[in-house]
Write a protein that binds this ligand. Sequence first.
Ligand code: MGD
Ligand code: SF4
Length: 743
Amino acid sequence: YNRRDFIKITSLGLGSAALATTFFDSTTASIFASQIDSTIKFSQTPTYCEVCFWKCAGWVTKNEEGEIWKVEGHKDDPHCNGRLCPRGTGGVGMYHDEDRLKKPLMRVEKDGKQTYVEVSWDEALDFIANKMTEIKEKYGPESMALFTHGSGGKFLGHLMKSYGSPHITAPSFAQCRGPREVAFYSTFGEGVYSPERTDIRDTRCLVLIGSHIGENMHNGQVQEMSEAIEKGATIITVDPRFSTAASKSKHWLPIKPATDLALLLAWTHVIINEGWYDKEYVEKYCFGFDQLKAHVQQYTPEWAYGVTTLEPKQIIETAREMAKAAPAVIVHPGRHVTWYGDDTQRLRAVAILNALLGSWGRRGGFYFPDKISIPSYPHPEYPKATKSYLDAMKGKYNLASEVISNGLCEVTVPSPERDWNIKGWIVNGTNLIHTLPDQKKTMEAIQSLELMVAIDTMPMEITGYADVVLPECTYLERYDAIRNSPHRDPVICLRMPAVEPKYDSKPDWWIAKELGEKLGLKEYFQYKDIEEMLDWQLKKVGSSLKEMQKIGVKTFKRKFDDLYLIDGQDFEFNTSTGKIELYSTELAAEGFDPLPSFTEHKQPPAGFYRLNYGRAPVHTFSRTANNPNLSAIMKENDLWVNPKVAKQWGLKNGQYVWLKNQDDIVSTFSIKVRVTERIRWDSVYMVHGFGHSEKNLSRAFGKGASDTELISNVKVDPIMGGTGMRENFVTFLTEDPKPKEEV
Ligand code: MGD
Ligand code: SF4
């Protein structure tokens, strides 16, 4: 077998369990005692949600037995305005899930078979520290990489930098919003950030292009969209699928998939040629208008009709709607935008359109956010890393470095040939098997490692490949870093434990500190515990741990009255020309098109349909599929099929089918057909995050199908390395062609 067989956690043998118990009883008690000040009587404790990365602030209430009872939104938090989304309310299920990881586990070979044994934290961390020291001596510290998603990553990131590795990476860049950030940086000299700086509540026209707000549940954004609709805003939705947002829209443009750039360029053509752009704004702030005007002459609405199947009349009418509302208009940049590999250019076209309409820095468009900087707890300077991801990429994806500080693996999928010097992974809170497209490559990379550690709350697909599995406690049982994300007014919020960690689970801050000390990096972790660190940080910004434990959320005044541009105000943008770059000097310098041009993408061959995927309001990625509360609401995904297609294939509503993609990959599990007019005839649609093959997920195992395993064709964005996932085509199989034992 492989160096690293997948291990089902049920098959674990008992190792040094006795030792583990004694070690644990004392440490768990002491961690908890240090976390809660017994002089304060808490009826509620503050937190921020970790079910998705919108991070709404909330209050956790316990019942009389001291068990977590419910989580509610915090009224002072602009991310949620006192209301959590269904996932946030159901987050309590993460704590109660009896399938959770309970003890540290180590891979051993017994009777020629790989299995896990339970070990103590001390044993597990000693093993990891020894391996990391060996890797550092043999190959240099840059040979370790951290994959992380979620709040605990801050502590492990600090550990990695102290150890000497700059390779810290999250799927939120190359698998999600990287292209949008790079596109907006090169246009406006600033990113869109999270939460998005969109002033939706005051907008008069919101254009959604493949952004399914409402199904994609980002709380504050959904609330602001409802508010805007109530106030009479026009919604324009561009989507091959009749999404929930489309049903609330004045205009639904059912575009042919993969042709959005053609529509954006035709809109630009109309807005310029009809003189509907904001002349004063463009004159004052923009660079390259004449080049843009000349460039888009070829992209007429009639030309776009042939490409997108949208009628010229509709293209002109919707352009007029935007211009009428300007500058209170938002052509929304979206969030998960890694689609076809030309995504940075598509998002450049979005940025340009907003610039022409004068919506950047205007009420009802995009505001200038502000945030509180939280200083780092004092520590020695990090060692200087000698190899960065740019060395591995040999000069490719340079513009990614504007957005990410460093991340070898972050700019595209891992690859053993390329990541020649990566020998160890720590994977924290990210289920890479369901997250990175082209699973074959991920598996090859895993097999080439000398150490793989998974830190997770649940036994997921990724944990079965680790040499050491460390159980993290859930967000309801721990402190984390202060949330200080940017918003209209600077705001900070605290997450603290509501209850003691269940089982032998530990928080990331503790894991990072203990491992750091075992690695001889004590001077980087000079605080006694996280309370001391948080209190020090909070005092630096005019609060304290005690205050935040009581109030949860603290809002500060902006230093300047600069939420929007003032009419006629001089403003220097952070680009090389100091202007909004319609023509990008930065892209030109890197050898890319300085103005976005249309590129054609493959359409499905006969008998195949484009695999389109998205989100559901009650689930987040693959992390919630086993949550007892949320799986009770939605236990599996289904496959949207147009009635014409269903008829042609003889498919009935409710019938289960397997899917085969263009590379002959067949889905492990079958998926339920939902015949609906809401999807075009050339595509099928499913919600991402289902089709779990880890048997220890008692509710999620085998429920629905995984889109990721069918995404074997990855279109890498040449500008920043994003992994375009939407050029995959599937056909239906009514019987499972795989031999039974493979499933
Ligand atoms: P999940 O798949 O939900 O998210 O990808 P990931 O970040 O990998 O996996 C989260 C993991 O974190 C789970 O194993 C869960 O058990 C664990 N976890 C949950 N809470 C905690 C915690 O508090 N501590 C620790 N240590 N672990 C925890 C998301 C990524 O996927 C993103 S951002 C996007 S936008 C992409 N979306 C996407 C898609 O839509 N389709 C396809 N095919 N692929 C995609 N990949 C990307
Ligand atoms: Fe939690 Fe929902 Fe807020 Fe996401 S949007 S952080 S799941 S309450």
